[in-house]
Ligand binder design. Structure first.
Ligand code: ADP
Ligand code: MG
Length: 258
């Protein structure tokens, strides 16, 4: 029998983040189980992107800590650093967390396949042949077998975002963070990207997805989290949070976006 790890994959504890006097994240607690899909919704400026960046320590929190797989990424309280991974340990941790950005962030001078091959070669020291074979397989999985040699400028937004998802998958991350993956897309291109994410959710990946697509959140998420003003206002099943919210701010937000 395999030993099943009972501990959650990601634990965010008392995470706060300030920029100068602006408190952007205010005492966030969130636990994400293995294979769980969490959708984060909330108004613009509520701190959703900052939370994703705090998780992979692109922007370390001002206080609180993040555990990935029981490993402390960093821990600060006020100005005191209580724990910090070394740069090489931090790099290793980052390879375990994929990030898909709103505006794709592909390397413009590299083809679709080369975008997918870049991290395995540079971070995992894979051979070019090995990385190329993997890129072919991953581009197939996102429906882009025939676009492997195209450059980002030759691809639609939906295709670029699917390349970005294939690139995130190339390091086989345990957790993938999506920051509004479809909000830069023309409406007719949204579905092809959502379908790829729904497929990933089915394969048991742990996903944390910031989205404005409420019907998508309802369909894909095990847990929906509503953020406002840097705080988690409400979280629970899609039925609880989206159909029967306890909090007036959640209701107001939903009445504006749905
Ligand atoms: P959301 O993703 O929910 O729209 P953000 O996390 O991007 O919200 O931003 C939350 C707040 O933090 C905003 O008021 C924004 O102006 C501020 N903020 C974000 N990043 C920075 C930064 N690097 N410096 C200063 N303020 C920032
Ligand atoms: Mg944002």
């Amino acid at each position: 029998m395999n030993t099943v790890k009972a501990s959650p994959l990601l634990e965010i504890r008392a995470v706060s983040k300030s920029f100068g006097a602006d408190v952007v994240l205010d005492d966030i607690d969130l636990t994400v189980g293995r294979g769980e899909v969490v959708a984060i919704i909330g108004p613009s400026g509520s701190g959703k992107s900052t939370l994703l960046r705090a998780i992979n320590h692109l922007h370390p929190p001002t206080s609180g800590f993040v555990l990935l797989d029981d490993e402390l990424i960093g821990f600060r309280r006020g100005n005191r650093v209580l724990h910090r991974l070394s740069p090489s340990e931090l790099l290793r941790q980052r390879t375990r967390i994929g990030f898909v950005f709103q505006d794709f962030n592909l390397f413009p001078h590299l083809s679709a396949a080369e975008n997918v091959m870049e991290a395995p070669i540079s971070a995992l020291h894979r051979s070019r042949d090995e990385a190329a074979a993997q890129a072919k397989e991953l581009l197939g999985r996102v429906g882009l077998t025939d676009r492997a040699d195209a450059y980002p400028r030759q691809l639609s937004g939906g295709q670029q975002q699917r390349v970005a998802i294939a690139r995130a998958l190339a390091l086989d991350p345990e957790l993938i963070l999506f920051d509004e993956p479809t909000s830069a897309l023309d409406p007719e291109l949204v579905d092809e990207v959502l379908q790829v994410i729904i497929e990933l959710a089915r394969t048991g990946r742990t996903l944390l997805i910031v989205t404005h697509e409420i019907s998508f959140a309802r369909r894909v998420a095990d847990t929906v989290v509503f953020m406002d003003g840097g705080r988690i206002i409400e979280s629970g099943t899609p039925a609880a949070v989206l159909d029967n919210p306890d909090n007036r701010r959640t209701r107001d937000f939903l009445s504006r976006v749905v």
